[in-house]
Design a protein around this ligand. Structure first.
Ligand code: WT7
Length: 574
């Protein structure tokens, strides 16, 4: 397969030119892949980069909250992912089976991700802050056979393992020899194993399932968004054109691979481009972040509005105490990027954040501000070439007039789009209207073709860029002995845009006081995650319902945002 290096200055190519000549085959050509040939993300992100002569180049500059550091070259990655893949095979894991990675951002997470793909299994990354209920729901739904985790998280797995008959192996990557492992548990000392230099990568095809990310909707439990190996075409090209990655960049993505940004652009996109990426396995701290950028001479930074707002709170003076002159290009994703944040970043870093819009389901950036394109602060930009987008009326499926609000719709068929929801194809089909895939977001398009985000078109809560489904929270609330009924809705928050607020009716004999509020909050934090934990709980006598008894969240949500509640004529208890 011909291996070429592709360097060009993206700034010199205009959006219009890219549109005119666009064909996804461009990505396939640059990756040296032809239709019908095997295609494997794990191989492309490691072996192919080494074959291009970049084996000795740093792939991962890793650092954790204690300041421990490690560097891995592309050749290290290639060998360690081989080692991981072979070890899993020897354990009896087969192609197509689901392997969950339940870890902090430790090197084993990144290596494991590509290792699972290399041996042809499906990788299911889950956020390590998930509690036992969130974990169980997703492992049960996926029929996961193996979970790879750390000593510090294994106790959550132990609580649910008896309710997961299909889970054959619990792999601990940093097992403490003084703590005995339980049944089904195996220690894996990846760095202590002899490295595997030659490994036959499973010949996955373009349509072979690769990554399974769970995402929340309004109804039902979270859905498994099913990606395929072909997604790399979209992730590769958008990383190159939108994040503007070039071979000598040092790139930093703030996202955790438990979420799609952390895999599409925290693993696949940058490494398919042979770019060095830095990972900081630590929570938010403005000074620490700036020191990290300064130390690694980060050039391209992919962040999120909540993080930018946190940085804004610390002020531009703090920025000036560091040498951040290496920064060349800044992008943002996950929530609306306020115009103030764009203006502030221009003042603080001398560069604007470029907004990018996409979803777990789209797999790659679909609407965006390209480098060199005029940024209209507050707008998400324009569709990526090869993405046919529109704003439609969700009832009729017809495009709305320019400037009018409708829902964002995309014409299916780009390489990174998910193929279905795991075990729930009907759920995926239901998101299509008149040949469009409907995102669930409201927006309008201006006369220049720029998209302006308005809000979610459903009850999903976006807290700090993370989607949380009301159903999952309400189901967990019902498990609390005092709760009779509940509704989880978004409530405005200056920092996280939205937080979860729960309206709760109690069973007779329970008192809705502050102790009860704290008890319920903690209950949800442990069962689900800190993100899903209601920041506020309001105890009420009765929830607003339709005549057929369905709780109407939109009434409560409207109250929270001080908006008109709309037509209440169908309410039962008004
Ligand atoms: C939802 C998708 C895609 C990676 C992160 C989240 C919201 C995403 C933007 C943006 C306004 C945005 C939408 C979208 N969203 N990017 N630039 N402006 N809202 O992936 O968890 O699947 O969430 O996040 O509501 O549908 P996800």
């Amino acid at each position: 397969m011909p291996i070429r290096s592709h360097r060009e200055d993206t700034m010199t190519v205009t959006y219009e030119e890219r549109l005119r000549n666009f064909d996804w085959r461009l990505a396939a050509d640059e990756l040296g892949w032809h239709q019908g040939e095997p295609l494997n993300i794990g191989w492309h992100c490691t072996d192919r980069i080494c074959a291009r002569g970049l084996g000795g180049k740093p792939a991962l500059l890793w650092e954790d909250f204690r300041g421990e550091e490690r560097t891995y070259t592309f050749d290290d990655l290639r060998q360690l992912t081989n080692t991981f893949a072979l070890w899993l095979e020897d354990l009896g894991v087969g192609p197509g089976e689901r392997v969950c990675l339940f870890m902090d951002r430790v090197p084993e997470l990144y290596i494991g991700f590509l290792g699972v793909l290399k041996m042809g299994a499906i990788v299911q990354p889950l956020f390590s802050a998930f509690g036992e209920d969130s974990l169980w729901t997703r492992l049960d739904n996926a029929g996961t056979c193996t979970i790879v985790t750390q000593q510090k998280h294994v106790r959550k797995v132990r609580k649910i393992v008896d309710r997961l008959p299909g889970l054959r192996h619990v792999v601990v990557v940093d097992a403490d020899p003084s703590k005995p492992l339980k049944e089904r548990e195996t220690a894996l000392d990846l760095h202590g194993l002899p490295r595997v230099d030659a490994y036959t990568v499973h010949p996955t095809g373009a349509e072979t399932p690769s990554v399974l990310h769970y995402t929340s909707g309004t109804t039902g439990q979270p859905k498994g968004a099913q990606h395929v190996h072909m997604s790399i075409l979209g992730q590769y090209l958008t990383a190159k054109w939108v994040l503007d990655l070039k071979e000598d960049d040092v790139y930093w993505c703030n996202a955790d691979p438990g979420w799609v940004t952390g895999t599409s652009y925290g693993i696949i996109g940058p490494w398919a481009n042979g770019v060095t990426q830095a990972v900081l396995d630590a929570g938010f701290n403005a000074e620490h972040w700036y020191r990290f950028i300064q130390k690694h001479r980060i050039t391209v930074w992919y962040s999120a509005p909540t993080a930018i707002r946190l940085l804004m709170k610390e002020g531009a003076d703090l920025v000036r105490r560091f040498d951040l002159s290496s920064l060349r290009h800044l992008c943002s994703v996950g929530e609306p990027l306020n115009a103030e944040a764009v203006v502030w970043s221009e003042q603080a870093f001398g560069r604007p954040f470029h907004d990018t819009f996409w979803q777990t389901e789209t797999g790659c950036i679909v609407i965006t501000n390209f480098p060199g394109m005029k940024v209209k602060p507050g707008s998400m930009g324009r569709p990526f070439p090869g993405i046919e987008a529109a704003v439609i009326d969700p009832k009729t499926g017809q495009e709305v007039e320019q400037g009018k609000v409708g829902v964002i719709a995309l014409r299916p068929g780009w390489p990174s789009q998910i193929r279905t929801y795991w075990n729930n194809d009907a759920g995926f089909r239901a998101k299509h209207i008149g040949g469009w895939y409907v995102c669930g977001d409201q927006a309008s398009i201006d006369k220049d073709g720029y998209y302006w985000f308005v809000g979610r078109d459903d009850d999903v809560i976006n807290t700090g860029g993370h989607l949380v489904g009301p159903f999952e929270i309400e189901s967990a609330l019902l498990e609390h002995p005092a709760v009779a009924e509940s509704a989880a809705v978004a409530s405005p928050c200056a920092l996280n845009m939205e937080v979860v607020k729960a309206f709760v009716t109690l069973k007779p004999g329970f008192v809705g006081d502050q102790d009860m509020e704290l008890e319920i909050m903690n209950f949800i934090r442990k069962k689900l995650s800190p993100l899903a934990m209601p920041q506020r709980i309001e105890f009420i006598e009765q929830l607003p319902k339709t005549r057929s008894g369905k709780i109407i969240r939109r009434v409560l949500r409207a109250q929270e945002f001080g908006q008109p509640v709309g037509d209440l004529s169908t309410l039962m208890n008004d």
